[in-house]
Design a protein around this ligand. Structure first.
Ligand code: SAM
Length: 341
């Protein structure tokens, strides 16, 4: 069943797309290219995303792909994300990359504040048309010669209150996540040799790990969000760090095994909870660590149960627990259910 967001878009597109044939298009804000199957001219359409998996899926469907708008377009479709600042940054980028006479289409749900967002945009760029449908709105904006460049700042990396480069389109940009802080205080000076940081974000865990542990020979950061990957490169200046823009759900044939794995696993895909993603990180931890190695993970209490960790590890030590988080050391990975990673 399609979400209301996409049902709204499909109805709108079926009515207007005939007049948009052979135009250069771009889609931004969405992590689900499969939701845009109604766009028939995929060969003329760039799917723009930070997420490695979404770009891979978009390419398979026949879209052109990129992490940024790279040329000028006749139509840019923005599906609002849950981050207002990210949306403003995307509007500013769209404004810059539309041909004069081109159109920007904004689609969003009431739940994420589409009404107030459209009001903010309309102060500088009045909408040509707004349609209210399926618990949300779609608006069309016509590009004129006038540029207002109002929200460009949201596309820049800036230093957050804890001193790290971040941007609004990544996990916990404003400050260090409390769960990650608990994890670093638990692994402390115990890491050595080859270390993997799974879902490394803007690099907090790895930076702390390197600072506290002279015995680390190399740390490999795996992250699927392109801007977080770029931010981590800006935050960590240490020859022992290796950065990989990769989706852990799709790494295959990784021969290397690590002495330690550190991880604050994700449990959301876009706006919805995704426990299978969380589970795949636990599974991967068990595959990537060597048989004497150790996985250090933090969980939000209530999201995953200690007992469920026994599916992949023989030995589970809870090293910290409060009503918000628990941090554990996972030892003796089980080998059953082996899949190539
Ligand atoms: C809870 S955050 C932790 C970020 C960082 N380690 C920290 O402690 O601040 C989880 C991270 O996993 C990343 N992620 C989500 N799915 C991923 C995947 N399939 N492969 C690699 N990274 C992924 C997210 O982009 C996010 O940065």
């Amino acid at each position: 069943m399609h979400s209301l967001t996409i049902q709204r878009f499909e109805t709108f597109w079926s009515q207007l797309s005939p007049s948009f044939s052979n135009r250069k298009l771009a889609i931004m804000g969405s992590e689900k290219p499969q939701n845009f199957n109604c766009v028939k001219t995929k060969h003329l359409c760039h799917f723009i995303s930070n997420a490695k998996d979404s770009l891979r899926d978009a390419k398979r469907l026949g879209f052109m792909i990129s992490t940024n708008l790279e040329c000028n377009y006749d139509i840019i479709i923005l599906e609002l994300t849950k981050s207002r600042e990210t949306n403003l940054g995307l509007v500013s980028s769209a404004e810059e990359h539309l041909n004069v006479g081109g159109k920007m289409i904004i689609n969003g749900d009431n739940q994420i504040g589409v009404k107030s967002f459209l009001k903010t945009v309309s102060i500088h760029w009045p909408a040509e048309m707004v349609i209210t449908k399926k618990k949300g709105k779609i608006a069309i904006f016509l590009k004129t010669k006038k540029l207002f460049c109002r929200w460009k700042k949201y596309r820049d990396f800036s230093i957050n209150r804890d001193g790290y480069y971040t941007r609004c389109d990544m996990f916990s940009p404003k400050e260090i996540d409390k769960g990650s802080q608990k994890l670093t205080s638990v692994f402390s000076t115990n890491l050595f040799g080859e270390v993997a940081d799974l879902g490394s974000g803007w690099g907090y865990l790895s930076k702390e790990a390197l600072k506290l542990n002279a015995r680390i020979t190399r740390i490999t950061l795996f992250e699927s969000n392109y801007s977080a990957y770029l931010a981590s490169k800006k935050n960590i200046d240490d020859k022992r760090a290796t950065f990989r823009w990769a989706s852990l759900e799709n790494i295959t044939n990784l021969k290397q095994r690590f002495n330690h794995v550190i991880c604050n696993p994700p449990f959301h895909s876009g706006r919805s909870k995704d426990l299978s993603l969380l589970k795949s990180f636990i599974f991967l931890g068990s595959r990537l660590v060597n048989s004497q190695g150790c996985v250090w993970m933090v969980f939000v209490s209530g999201v995953y149960l200690e007992n469920e960790l026994r599916e992949y590890f023989e030995n589970i030590k809870i090293l910290y627990k409060d009503k918000h988080y628990f941090v554990c050391q996972l030892l003796k990975p089980k080998t059953k259910g082996y899949k190539h990673v």
